[in-house]
Design a protein around this ligand. Structure first.
Ligand code: NAD
Length: 491
């Protein structure tokens, strides 16, 4: 299904296939996950080529952020599938004595996954793993802005999967909008908040649940660490999390850094030196920084820099090469907070440093802005750490490292408030595409007369004792040792 020419017919077949029950079988789910694993392993070279073509990603970066993380996630899903699928016994209150209950995860049905271009494989396959592990049928629409990757997913990946259950639809916004008109059992969207709103509005028609993986500005608090070793480690981690991660075109990249005024000269000196060391005097030639995805995004970033007040704040880099869609790693100090570079998500290799009188002011700075997908903090201060944990809100909060949370299966990935709705990765992906059905079972054997009308004060008293977990009270009332409280004045 390359274009949605026979969309309704294709979706009907996917729904029918779901209804036949095949996708609920554990063996089917396992086969699909193994299929995805084989696709990644057998096409490593082509995946690297496509990422180079669409985004200029180095092979090492491609492996670190897409191939490697997916192999890890797929193996994790394969090893965990049985446990994820098994029902979980739960306790019931005393009034339900002799009833047992369990939570049974069941697939939702036919789900739609719309993904973004910056991690074209990861952002498509991480949710797809969850959807298939949970036993759904799925339609994936990759981003048209990474066409080589999209084509690999549509033409090669699909041959590793059950074609009756998974379809890839290629195309841009108009295809996306067409898909959104259809009936889905869940829509999982990754992209910007503007399109997120379109997705949510479309979902209203059929009351479809949505997960929105959005973006925003992720701050990094850089404390004036006292040892030079710690400072270097912190700066290295910040820089690789910015310039070394799809050239800063990542939802969890560091958008800006907050430092104390007195630490600024040292921080800038270190950032300049380490950027040169990591990415070279001429980063375009060292082939270690990805390129900007397209001309529109290139010009958007260039415009951010062309603002004269912003331009004046550049302390490192700043060169742009339109022909090759390349922007040097660029460091800025205190661009105006009202400038677009500080009000909009940057999504590129521009790193503003904002100075504060006191590093603890960073908490108010962050709280005054929309809730980020991630807050990073590089500090050894337990007080600052405690305050950040208790006073700020974000999808995740990472101390002394960057980006590493993306590779984790055991912590959820997702935003809060303006940065998104819903979460995934590992078991959280499985849960996102499952409904936990409550199953309760009672035998016909023992029955309790007080549960049934006609009502009287005696039965009312038994309910009181039971709901207050006073089992002795229940026994006393039954044996006539405790008189029912008279409520006769209440009608
Ligand atoms: P994009 O342009 O690739 O759009 C995302 C998807 O939405 C694409 O598949 C696109 O075709 C589709 N789309 C666009 N317009 C549509 C419409 N009108 N109707 C239906 N579908 C439509 O991606 P982008 O928005 O440029 O991505 C960048 C944004 O995504 C940033 O804000 C970034 O922070 C965010 N992002 C978030 C995550 C995350 O996991 N939270 C990951 C990557 C990117």
């Amino acid at each position: 299904m390359d274009s949605p020419r026979n969309l309704q017919g294709d979706l009907e077949s996917l729904r029918l296939y779901f209804r036949c029950g095949r996708t609920k079988e554990a063996s089917w789910r396992k086969t699909q996950i193994k299929g995805l694993l084989n696709f990644i392993k057998e096409n490593e070279g082509d995946i690297m080529k496509a990422l180079k073509q669409d985004l200029g990603k180095h092979r090492a970066e491609a492996y670190r952020d897409e191939i490697g993380t997916l192999i890890k996630s797929l193996n994790y899903a394969l090893n965990s599938l049985k446990a994820w699928m098994s029902p979980k016994k739960v306790k019931l209150p005393a009034v339900a004595v002799l009833t047992t209950a369990e939570l049974l995860p069941e697939p939702l049905g036919l789900v739609l996954i719309v993904s973004a271009w910056n991690f074209p494989f990861g952002l498509s396959l991480e949710p797809l793993i969850g959807a298939l592990a949970a036993g759904n049928t799925a339609v994936l629409k990759p981003s048209e802005l990474a066409p080589a990757c999209s084509s690999l997913l549509a033409n090669t990946m699909t041959s590793y999967l059950d074609g009756n259950a998974v379809k890839v639809v290629e195309g841009g916004p108009s295809v996306g909008e067409q898909l959104l008109q259809e009936r889905w059992d869940k829509i999982f969207f990754t992209g910007n908040a503007r399109v997120g709103r379109i997705v949510m509005s479309a979902a209203v028609k059929y009351l479809t649940p949505v997960a929105l993986e959005l973006g925003g500005k992720c701050p990094a608090v850089l404390d004036s660490l006292s040892f030079s070793f710690d400072r270097e480690v912190a700066v290295k981690r910040i820089l690789v999390g910015k310039f070394g991660t799809c050239a800063g075109q990542a939802c969890i990249t560091i958008d800006y850094v907050l430092v104390e005024k007195k630490f600024l000269p040292k921080a800038v000196e270190l950032m300049k030196a380490i950027t040169t060391k990591m990415f070279g005097e001429n980063p375009r030639e060292t082939n270690t920084v990805a390129r900007i995805v397209n001309r529109r995004h290139f010009l958007r970033l260039k415009n951010l820099l062309d603002d004269p007040t912003v331009k004046a704040s550049i302390v490192y880099g700043g060169k742009t090469d339109e022909e090759n869609l390349f922007i040097e790693p660029t460091i800025l100090v205190d661009p105006p907070l009202e400038a677009e570079i500080m009000t909009e998500e940057i999504f590129g290799p521009l790193l503003p440093i904002i100075t504060l009188e006191n590093i603890e002011d960073s908490i108010e700075f962050i709280k005054a802005r929309p809730r980020p997908l991630t807050i990073y903090a590089f500090t050894k201060s337990k007080t600052l750490e405690r305050k950040l944990v208790s006073e700020t809100s974000s999808g995740s909060l990472v101390f002394n490292d960057a980006i590493i949370q993306y590779a984790a299966d055991t912590i959820p990935f997702g935003g809060v408030g303006e940065s998104g709705i819903g979460r995934y990765h590992g078991k959280f992906s499985f849960d996102t595409f499952s409904h936990e059905k409550a199953v309760a079972r009672r035998s016909f054997l023992v029955d309790f007369w007080f549960r049934f009308p006609p009502w009287n004060d005696y039965k009312l008293q038994l309910f009181r004792e039971a709901y207050n977990f006073d089992y002795l009270g229940v026994i006393f009332v039954v044996l006539g040792l405790k008189k029912p409280k008279s409520d006769s004045h209440v009608v």
